[in-house]
Structures are given as structure tokens and as C-alpha cells.
Design a protein around this ligand. Structure first.
Ligand SMILES: [Zn+2]
Length: 273
């Protein structure tokens, strides 16, 4: 059985002048605006992530041709650039923040993350954004969770949730795996901590038959051509969940675990599935 492909796009930075380490994962504001235009032109309906999660849990069906917008890490340009563009079009989105990377006066004593320096959102801005987008969690320090000892992984997963809920004053229930990496143990820890959904990367479309703790996403990068984005917007050019984990992904996880000290922030995002 084939399911209606649901593109869940994941962006990182949207900037014309990103630090070099994040540049391959950055889309310029002009291209980003063009992509939002394509989404609308192709008749996609951007729904809140929550709608997809509800559908995955047996709730109301999604509108035909639904899409979801997500943003990882918490770069400062989300406040300056992305939020106004979304607001102008009335589009919902989920912003997953790495709590240890956020800046500003109220940052916590355990401040710090594995992400190299970049302009990040402040806690004050995150609280402001909470009124117009969904804020989700992306761990405290952005580790490869499936390569961490269980206790450390739990601490990242639980600590991030507690910190966000404390800062925002309400439950926060959407989680995204740093680098998209998870395994059975990590997904169990995420569920145990009370997160009700979790997004991966997987380079494929989600669907109503996807796994709620491993929602497939399509990563939009600097080298994502207009043609490729258009194909995604039309529901083609990538597999549709549920699809099995590829042999390359499994082999790559084994390699990463052997090299637990692997410290490239994003270089680990290599295999295509
Ligand atoms: Zn990330």
C-alpha cells in the first residue's frame, strides 16, 4: 500500500551570511521565500506538526497534500528572518532548540553545546516566538544520542524538556534528534521522558503510516536545487514512510559508535538514508 507523501521539511539556518561551518546547511532568505512560494503555488497545505502527530495516533485525517515546516538548532536568524516570512504567509512551524546553545541573560549554569559558534536565539526571543510557532526540544548539547551511554542520553533528553518547560511555563512535547540519529534505546528514552513525537531526518516523506517517534523529514540545504525542491513539493523524488532503515545507515551508526569522539557538528550527516 502506498500512502500520500507528507513532506516534513527541515531547515537549519536561513541567512545570506552564515558562519562557514553551517553554510552547507543554510538557505538564503531569498531562496527560502521562493520555496515558501513554491509550496503555496503547488497547493500544499502547511499544517502544524501536531496535526500530523494526531493523524499518526489515529486522530482526524490530514488534509490532502499536507506539508510541515520544521527548523533545527535555534539559530538567531529564525527570529530576524524566518518568523516574519512565516507570519506574512500565516504558516505554522515547529522550532527545535538546543537549550545549551541559546544565549541571553537567563541562560542556565549548564550553558554550552557541541555546536560551534554561531549567532543563536536568546531565551527571551524563544519566549517571544512561543506565541507564534511551536517550540520543541533538540537536547541540551546536540550530541549523537545513539552513540552516548544510556545515562548521558537520558540526561540530554530529560534535561532539555525540563529546561524548556521551566522557561516557557507550559508542556513542550515535540522532540528532534540531533543529526536525525536515534536507535531503539534512544526512542524508548524519548517516550519515557514524555515527548509525544520525535522527528528524524531519513531523507524521505512522512505519511500517516509513519512512526511517531521517528518521523521522516526532508532536509533543505544550500545545495537543494529548485528542481529537487519542486519534486518534493509535488510528492516525488524520495521514498515515502514507512520504509526500512537502509544498510548504509546501520553501517554508519556502527562506525560512529566506534569513533565515539567524533566531534564534527554536522559532518556526520553523510549517508543518504
Ligand atoms: Zn541539530
Amino acid at each position: 500500500m502506498t500512502y500520500q507523501p507528507v513532506p516534513v521539511f527541515v531547515y537549519h539556518s536561513v541567512s545570506a551570511d552564515p558562519p562557514s561551518w553551517i553554510a552547507p546547511f543554510t538557505v538564503s532568505p531569498r531562496v527560502f521565500a521562493e520555496q515558501l512560494g513554491l509550496i503555496e503555488d503547488r497547493g500544499l497545505i502547511v499544517v502544524p506538526l501536531r496535526r500530523l502527530v494526531d493523524a499518526l495516533r489515529g486522530g482526524p485525517p490530514l488534509p490532502a497534500r499536507s506539508a510541515v515546516l520544521t527548523f533545527d538548532d535555534g539559530f538567531a536568524d529564525f527570529h530576524a528572518t524566518v518568523a516574519p516570512l512565516l507570519a506574512a504567509r500565516g504558516l505554522p512551524a515547529t522550532l527545535y532548540v538546543t537549550t545549551g546553545a541559546l544565549g541571553g541573560a537567563s541562560r542556565s549554569p549548564e550553558h554550552g553545546s557541541l555546536l560551534p559558534p554561531a549567532p543563536m536565539l536568546t531565551w527571551r526571543q524563544v519566549r517571544e516566538l512561543d506565541a507564534c510557532v511551536e517550540i520543541g526540544g533538540h537536547t541540551r548539547t546536540h550530541p549523537q544520542l545513539d552513540a552516548l551511554p544510556r545515562r548521558a542520553a537520558r540526561e540530554e533528553i530529560e534535561g532539555c524538556k525540563a529546561r524548556l518547560e521551566d522557561a516557557l511555563g507550559h508542556p513542550v512535547d515535540a522532540f528532534a534528534y540531533p543529526h536525525g540519529y536515534s536507535d531503539r534505546v534512544v526512542r524508548h528514552l524519548v517516550e519515557e521522558a514524555g515527548w509525544t513525537s520525535a522527528t528524524a531526518v531519513r531523507y524521505g516523506f512522512s505519511s500517516v503510516a509513519d512512526e511517531v517517534l521517528r518521523i521522516a523529514r526532508l532536509m533543505v540545504r544550500a545545495d537543494t536545487s529548485r528542481g529537487r525542491f519542486l519534486a518534493w513539493a509535488q510528492g516525488t523524488g524520495a521514498p515515502v514512510a514507512p520504509f526500512p532503515e537502509g544498510a548504509r545507515t546501520r553501517a554508519w551508526r556502527g562506525y560512529r559508535r566506534l569513533r565515539a569522539g567524533l566531534d564534527h557538528p554536522y559532518a556526520a550527516l553523510t549517508p543518504s538514508r
